[in-house]
Design a protein around this ligand. Sequence first.
Ligand SMILES: Nc1ncnc2c1ncn2[C@@H]1O[C@H](COP(=O)(O)OP(=O)(O)OP(=O)(O)O)[C@@H](O)[C@H]1O
Length: 229
Amino acid sequence: MIEIQDVYKKYGRKQVLEGVSFTVKPNEITCITGINGTGKTTLMNSIMRLSPIDKGNILIDDKIIDNHSYEKIAYIADGLTMPRKMTIQEAMDFMSVYYSNWNQEKADGLIDFFHLNPNEKMKDLSKGNQAKANFILGLGQDAEYYLMDEPFSGIDVFAREQILEVFTSQFVTGKGVLIATHHIDEIEILVDRIVMLQLGKIQRDFYAEDARENEGKSIIDIMREVYQA
Ligand SMILES: Nc1ncnc2c1ncn2[C@@H]1O[C@H](COP(=O)(O)OP(=O)(O)OP(=O)(O)O)[C@@H](O)[C@H]1O
């Protein structure tokens, strides 16, 4: 389990995260959502230690996150992370050298799953296929947890449908997934748990099924209550 405990983060005088606590559990898809500029990317970067936190703790499987934790967590960032002139194969070769948890067999399975040509250069791929290539580079790591920042931004409905299928495939089953997005409507069907962030604080943290069964509300209904209040 990833535990985010009472995390604070400031940029200059701007308090972006203010006592944020929640968990990401194995075999669950958790979505952190909130309007633009609410701190979602900052939180992802904090978990990945790309940006230091001011206060609080982030633990993975009961241990404070450190450089060794990255065997267990893979990050799928918003947009290409590899040089655009690389082919998908070259990018995978790079991953195999630098990531000890790289699983080429899994990556080959994902190439087939997404019907991509590994010899195509990143720059020649459509936006949807670039997103798929990003998924391959992330999910090709044998991690326990996958963090994804706006994985569907700017891609068409057909590419999105294909990517959504990967979440119910063997490539993700059993893993803990954290998706940061403000487009919750695009992933409502697959999300288990929703954490709503507003002005650096968590406003709601709930399971979609509980909201449906106990309150008769969809995620979007609850978003309206929180963000349009
Ligand atoms: N490196 C930085 N330096 C200064 N301020 C920053 C930095 N990164 C983010 N911020 C500010 O922190 C706040 C939260 O930004 P963040 O990118 O985490 O939000 P977000 O919820 O991911 O937004 P979006 O949905 O637009 O991607 C914003 O006001 C942003 O301007």
